[in-house]
Design a protein around this ligand. Sequence first.
Ligand code: ATP
Ligand code: MG
Length: 444
Amino acid sequence: MGDLLEFVKTVLHALEEAGYEAWCVGGCVRDLLLGRTPEDWDVATAALPEETMAVFGERAVPTGLKHGTVTVRTAEGAVEVTTYRLDGEYRDHRRPESVSFTRSLEEDLARRDFTVNAMALNLRGELRDPFGGQADLAAGVLRCVGEADRRFEEDALRILRGLRFAAVLGFRLEADAARSLTRNRALLEGIAPERVWTEVRKLLQGRFAAETLRAYPRVIGVFWPEILPMVGFDQRNIHHCYDVWEHSLHALDAAPGDAALRCAALLHDIGKPSTFTVDGAGVGHFYGHAARSCELAEGMLRRLRCPTSFRERVVRLVAWHDRDIPRTDRGIRRALRALGEEELRLLLALKRADNLAQAPAFWDRQREIRMGEEILDRLLAAEACFSLKQLAVRGEDLLALGLRGPAVGQALNTLLNKVIDGELPNDRVALLEFAAGAQPPAAP
Ligand code: ATP
Ligand code: MG
């Protein structure tokens, strides 16, 4: 088991010194027991919010007083300190109508979602585990605290949290929880899109995302119904040994790390079912599917209000996934101009994942992708020019040549394109000479 960090201990210690019980609770205890690094630190205490404020003075920020939460800032990190709480009635499947404070740790643990998230650990390493969280951790099981139906009905976000933990930890949902979250999935419609998005993003980044999505497409289909036609959709094409959904899940599995890349891997072929045609020989085709996938992905990500930069990146990756892999200096420079280095690397990773999710007979494409990457590395090492920033002339040089207004930007772009296409060197003298020659003669 990992240890509590010193700054967290300091917070627990200060509360105990002042006479209040204080325990680390929830995700950080789960992660410590698993030997993982906690994302954030939550402390539950018997102290009322104003008592916590008094203990920490200047260092305490009242970030969620209504729910009993005070953030304690230390030089090494922040700790969320929340008063032991009981949730009142839930009416809208989202938030309790009211919360009340209690002096009982057990009551606070009982409101938590899964047994593995309902354990507490104190300064002396004592563990409180009233619902068998430790046994469930050891078995890799996500079990609701209390009756599954009631817990998902109270707060439907727990449905997605369950899938997210399965995807991140590789745990399975206990049978009751699994049945119940599927049965109650429509309640997700009432959850704020931003909260759904936060969970979906974490889910997609989980190592076991593909397994989880494979098991619960109908749950995801509540807010992303576009995925449902992919399930079981036969591609009737020798390139493919999987249906569209399985292909997408294999691509997701083969796409490393980055959330936008993983999202693009899942959605890159989502336009296939609606663009499917069969030719005279009985072979399936999906003409225009990349553009259709872009449209659908755009709508799906907008619906969840995911950040614009993320959405645009996913859509660009989806748009480019079906183009030939650039394997010439010029092709790579053009792609660099359009996408930038980071995104081009993601595109190549998407291509690799997409190809690995096709029939093994076509895996020789991996070599072409590798070639693209080698060219990219070589060009970057040689500081190739692929953006206006790197061009050896600037706007003021062209102003000095007598160009004005939009002609300046147009000339810069022309020069950049010529450099990218290898028609001109990225050399100030050569570029200015060309620009001067290309200028229309001055009016008499
Ligand atoms: P992460 O690793 O993403 O931080 P976490 O389990 O710590 O996961 P948080 O959102 O940080 O999740 O919440 C901290 C704890 O609060 C959870 O472990 C759980 O005990 C409780 N909790 C959070 N959200 C809910 C919820 N919707 N219903 C019940 N308990 C919840
Ligand atoms: Mg947490």
